[in-house]
Design a protein. Sequence first.
Length: 116
Amino acid sequence: QVQPVESGGGLVQAGGSLKLSCVASGRTFSSYRMGWFRQAPGKEREFVASIGWSNSIKYYQDSVKGRFTISRDNVKNMVYLQMNSLKPEDTAVYYCNRVPPTPDYWGQGTQVTVSS
């Protein structure tokens, strides 16, 4: 299968915003819960946010609640992560995947670096 492709990362100052995008493959995209995950240097990859097929049920890691918003476009096979009020501890490589994650479906990720 074709891995998803993440984009939109970059270097931003604390308090700034970024919007990440993920284009996912597969005709059955809309049937999967999708999520964003991140991995900081020296740490395990962790869950950030997820969204159900209908855009209605969303979950967030406690540390990003109120700052990050996940959304999706099932026509374009896209998943987005709007990140506001960014903090240095948000620095990581961000990935999208199905939820629960499919082991062979990890993409290259997109680097987010937040300077203090």
